[in-house]
Design a protein around this ligand. Structure first.
Ligand code: CP
Length: 317
C-alpha cells in the first residue's frame, strides 16, 4: 500500500460543494502561511509520486500542480495531452487507465473532457483523485484559488454581490464557484451571458431551491446599472464545448468587459478571470488596481501546495 493511500484512502477532491467552512478556513490559513514562507514545507511530499493525467490542454493548472509537487519535495509522472499520447488513442477506457495508474503513483491529478470523469476515476482508483477540470461541470481547485483571492480582498465569503460574465452554460470555473459561494449566507448573483450560454437549468433550480437570489441579463451595461457588484468574474466563451461552429459564433465576442466599464464599478470591487482569456476582457484594464487575474494565477501555486499538504497531513491522523 502506498504512503498516501495508507493514511487517507478516501481523500478525493471532486467538486466544490464538498468543501465545508472548516476545510476552507484551514486551507486559507495554510495558503497564507506557505505564501508568506512562515512554514517549511519542502519535505512534505518526500517519497511520494503524483500522476498528472491531462486529457485537455492546460497552462496554469498543470504547471502550478507540477511546481507545487516539486516545491513540496515530491515527484510526479505525467502524460501531457493524454487524449493523443496515452493508450486512450488505442481505445483504452478511462477506468482501465485509472486502475493501472493507481499502481504507479500515490495520487492522481486528472483533467478530462467528460463531465463525470473524476467520479468515474474515483470508482476505479485505489489512490486519491484530484479533479483538475471535468468537462463543463467542475474545477474545484480553481474555485479554491478564487475563494482565496476573494477572501484576500474582502476578508469574508458572505454578503457579497457576485457578477459572473460570459459562458455560464459550459464554463466549469463558474459552475464550481457558484455552487460553493451559494453555500455562504447573503451572497447574491448576477449572471450576464449570451442567450445560448445561459446558466443551465440544474444550476438555476439549485439556487431557487436554496433561496439564493440571482438575476440574469444578456446586456452587460444593463446588468452593471442594476447590480452593485463586489466581485466581477469574467470568463471566455468555451469554444471547445459547442456542438457546432455556428453556435459558437453566435456567442463569440457578444459580451466584452471594456475600459469604459471601469467607471461604473465601485472602488472596492474586484475583477477576476480564471484565464486563459480570448477577447472578453480588454487588455487595457490590466493595470487597474481592482484587477485580480494575475493574482489568481499566482495564488494558484500556493493554494495547490496547501491542498496537497492537507491531503498528505490528513493521512497521518
Ligand atoms: N484556469 C485554468 O484552468 O487554466 P488552464 O486551463 O490553463 O489550466
Amino acid at each position: 500500500m502506498n504512503v498516501i493511500q495508507r493514511i487517507s484512502p478516501y481523500r478525493h477532491i471532486i467538486e466544490s460543494q464538498q468543501f465545508d467552512k472548516n476545510y476552507l478556513d484551514k486551507i486559507l490559513k495554510l495558503t497564507d502561511e506557505i505564501k508568506n514562507k512562515k512554514i517549511d514545507v519542502s519535505s512534505t511530499l518526500k517519497g511520494s509520486v503524483g500522476a498528472l493525467l491531462f486529457y485537455e490542454a492546460s497552462t496554469r493548472t498543470r504547471l502550478s500542480f507540477e511546481s507545487a509537487i516539486l516545491r513540496l519535495g515530491g515527484s510526479f509522472i505525467h502524460t501531457e495531452n493524454a487524449r493523443d499520447f496515452s493508450s486512450s488513442i488505442k481505445g483504452e477506457t478511462l477506468s482501465d487507465s485509472i486502475r493501472v495508474i493507481s499502481d504507479y503513483a500515490d495520487y492522481i491529478i486528472l483533467r478530462h473532457f467528460d463531465d463525470d470523469s473524476s467520479k468515474v476515476a474515483v470508482k476505479h482508483s485505489n489512490i486519491p483523485v484530484i479533479n483538475a477540470g471535468s468537462g463543463k461541470e467542475q474545477h474545484p481547485t480553481q474555485t479554491l484559488i478564487d475563494i482565496y483571492t476573494i477572501f484576500q480582498s474582502f476578508g469574508r465569503l458572505t454578503n457579497l454581490n457576485i457578477m459572473l460574465i460570459g459562458d455560464l452554460a459550459h464554463g466549469r470555473t463558474c459552475t464550481s464557484l457558484i455552487y460553493l459561494l451559494a453555500k455562504f449566507p447573503n451572497n447574491k448573483f448576477c449572471f450576464v451571458s449570451p442567450d445560448n450560454c445561459r446558466a443551465r437549468p440544474n444550476m438555476t433550480m439549485h439556487l431557487k431551491n436554496n433561496n439564493v437570489l440571482f438575476a440574469e441579463h444578456s446586456s452587460l451595461e444593463q446588468a452593471m446599472a442594476e447590480f452593485d457588484g463586489d466581485v466581477l468574474y469574467v470568463t471566455r466563451v468555451q469554444k471547445e464545448r459547442f456542438s457546432s461552429p455556428s453556435e459558437y459564433l453566435k456567442a463569440k465576442s457578444q459580451i466584452i468587459f471594456k475600459y469604459q466599464h471601469l467607471s461604473k464599478l465601485k472602488e472596492q470591487a474586484i475583477i477576476m478571470h480564471p484565464l486563459p482569456r480570448v477577447d472578453e476582457i480588454d487588455h487595457d484594464i490590466d493595470t487597474d488596481p481592482r484587477v485580480r487575474y494575475f493574482e489568481q494565477t499566482k495564488n494558484g501555486l500556493y493554494v495547490r501546495m496547501a491542498l496537497l499538504k492537507m491531503m498528505y497531513d490528513s493521512m497521518k491522523k
